[in-house]
Design a protein. Structure first.
Ligand code: AMP
Length: 420
């Protein structure tokens, strides 16, 4: 019978890759905690309306990429394509804003977008998402970016490129929109079908067009930073000054508009040459109207989303090797009595949190030793009839190939000593 495979674009994460994932998650918990963030866990499924209102009807995500279906009760539901809208939904639903003036939240989990699967792009992928809800002070922007870069640094990542831009606000964006619209209308004939459609729906999105002829035209288009109002310019300059104060190198990228409608003012991306075509590891930015658009009070926010798969692909192999892999002890057995005794010893050590392995099938000593080697066990203990009779056995250090005699009654203490 044929085996059933996973859905296209949905990927299993297998060991030892999962060790790396846990290492990343643990680093995130530690770093984010130091910056005052608390974890929030939100459902994978939301009412479709949340994303239409939150992300914007004319974005690629909402137009073509969402997994939306009618459930049996005829309600339109969607597998979340990103986390920000859900985090804010929960923030408003549980009145978190009433409890404190600044709320710092993060969540780690899968997102779903029906994009064309390729290396670095999946239909179920994972994000580490953070949000600061509260003040719109430039220091908040700098704090979030500082935390992000510190986190990436803790993971040993190098050759990263931080790009920042300001998308302005409700006061200055309309003038830019007019300027870009009149520019695009003047060159409409030369644009691709998608960009022509964008003129009527979401002209900013033309900056993301990958068609070469469009890119050449758009390289001459007016740029958003030239249209910023005094408030936005001042905000953006302060963010940059703070990044410089902390010696964080960045590039200004006036063409970075990001794929979601809700961004205002500071937006940023972290890219790397290491990943080839899918070079964006992190995307983020400020959203000054999203909370209100989702029915809440006038509270501003800023956040980022890190692509977990892409991040994991960049972790240097040496670091991944340094992660704990093998068991501390492998107990090899000879005979039925030894199997029983080993099972008992194994259980005692495991109860103490020590990783111990054994073979239940009573295979040859040679094949058990091979398995201990393959598992990269630090120590092995060989238990046969004689060892049980004498109540002692040889503990072999697999790295140094040295052996010491240990009493079986004091095995737990001896092994516990080793992990001190
Ligand atoms: P976005 O929510 O689109 O700003 O994306 C934030 C980050 O999530 C990107 O920089 C990528 O690292 C990652 N990402 C977005 N879409 C995908 C995808 N389909 N597969 C894998 N990673 C993705």
């Amino acid at each position: 019978m044929e085996i059933i495979t996973a859905v296209k674009g949905f990927k299993d994460i297998l060991p030892p890759e999962t060790d790396k994932w846990r290492h990343i998650e643990e680093t995130a918990h530690k770093v984010f905690c130091a910056f005052g963030f608390r974890e929030i866990r939100i459902p994978l499924l939301e009412k479709t309306e949340l994303f239409c209102r939150g992300i914007g009807e004319s974005t690629d995500i909402v137009e073509k990429e969402m997994y939306t279906f009618l459930d049996r009760g005829e309600e339109s539901l969607t597998l979340r394509p990103e986390a920000t809208a859900s985090v804010i939904r929960a923030y408003l639903e549980h009145n978190l804003h009433a409890a404190e003036t600044v709320t710092k939240l993060y969540t780690i989990g899968p997102m779903f977008r029906r994009e064309r699967p390729q290396k670095g792009r999946y239909r179920q992928f994972h994000q580490i998402d953070t949000e600061i809800l509260g003040p719109d002070d430039p220091r908040t922007d700098a704090e979030l970016i500082l935390m992000l870069l510190h986190f990436l640094d803790k993971l040993g990542l190098q050759s990263l490129n931080l790009e920042i831009n300001s998308l302005g606000c409700a006061a200055c964006r309309p003038a830019f929109r007019e300027a870009i619209l009149s520019f695009l209308r003047g060159r409409e004939e030369e644009l691709c079908g998608d960009c022509r459609r964008r003129i009527g729906t979401n002209p900013l999105r033309v900056f993301d067009c990958k068609v070469e002829t469009c890119a050449a035209i758009i390289s001459q288009a007016p740029l958003l930073p030239d249209f910023l109002c005094a408030g936005c310019r001042d905000h953006f300059e302060k963010v940059q000054a703070l990044l410089r104060l902390f010696d964080l190198p960045f590039h200004l990228n006036a063409k970075m508009v990001r794929g979601l409608d809700y961004y205002t003012r500071t937006t940023f991306e972290v890219t790397t040459e290491f990943l080839g075509a899918q070079n964006a590891v992190v995307g983020g930015g400020r959203y000054d109207h999203l909370v209100r658009e989702l029915g809440g009070p006038d509270i501003s926010g800023i956040g980022f989303a890190i692509g977990f798969e892409r991040l994991a692909a960049m972790i240097p192999e040496a670091d991944a090797d340094a992660l704990p892999q093998g068991p501390l002890l492998f107990i090899a057995t000879l005979g039925e009595a030894a199997l029983g005794k080993a099972f008992f010893l194994c259980n005692g050590l495991r109860m103490k949190g020590i990783r111990v392995e054994m073979d239940h099938a009573g295979r040859s000593l040679k094949s058990q030793m091979k398995r201990a080697d393959k598992l990269r066990s630090a120590y092995t203990l060989i238990l046969g009839e004689r060892e049980i009779a004498e109540n002692k056995a040889l503990l072999r250090n697999m790295l140094s190939s040295t052996q010491t005699e240990v009493g079986l009654d004091s095995l737990e203490e001896t092994i516990t000593e080793l992990v001190r």
